[in-house]
Design a protein around this ligand. Sequence first.
Ligand SMILES: [Zn+2]
Ligand SMILES: [Zn+2]
Ligand SMILES: [Zn+2]
Length: 274
Amino acid sequence: MRLTYLGTAASEGLPALFCECEHCKKAREAGGKSIRTRSQALIDDALLVDFGPDTYMHMLQHNLHLTQIKHVLITHCHQDHFYIDDLLTRAAPFGNADGIMHVYGNNMLSALYHHNVVTRGIYPNTDKALRIVELEEFETVTVGGYEVTPLLADHNPAEKCFIYMIQKDGKTLLYANDTGYFKDEVWEYLKGRKFDLVSLDCNHLDMQVYHNHMSIPCCRKVRERLLLMNCIEKTTPCVLTHFSHNHGGIQEELETLTKGMGFFIAYDGFSIEV
Ligand SMILES: [Zn+2]
Ligand SMILES: [Zn+2]
Ligand SMILES: [Zn+2]
């Protein structure tokens, strides 16, 4: 299983759209891995995770052929993870991809889709191009050959936000953003499970933040608990992502800050195979 990070910033991007703060200035100067777009990931060139406002840019940067992607998991409906107007362009006359793209997520996703397709009524051919599949927490579904289980995130109380357990060919990925420290029922669910790759929300860097998003201290706590529960080995890759301009996102600085803690720092285009 190969996980590729297409975007690794929080919702405003890094540098942010309307910002000249020190972190944004440093990111502009540093360039390269320190320029971060909004969160999105690709698994094995087959399964997309999230469909945010930088999807079009990711298509250009990575020469993606999105016509070939038939399955998309949505973590939640914050605009950096779900930008419905671009998704709807899969329908004619804007797009001409064969078959249906299945988009999996929570009940807010279904409601937003209904609002845009039915109430706004500006995308008449959408049903031929897209199908929304509503998921229930802790219920495993088969998604294009992957076994996918949505687990409840600690994030936006206005909707059911999901982190995902994704399995294929004996490999298991835990993809966890956006979320704070995992909920008790998630820890309960994780008992006895093994992961080959873990991806964690690290929005708040070195602050002591445990809710809504995570931080380095919180991610360390998660990793330590996963180790204690034998869900991972010391050598299991744990990757940090979803960095905010409020706290900093210079690649080398983040690598220094987390040195010896057993983390990889994701950047746009970072890819890891297990
Ligand atoms: Zn986010
Ligand atoms: Zn800034
Ligand atoms: Zn969010």
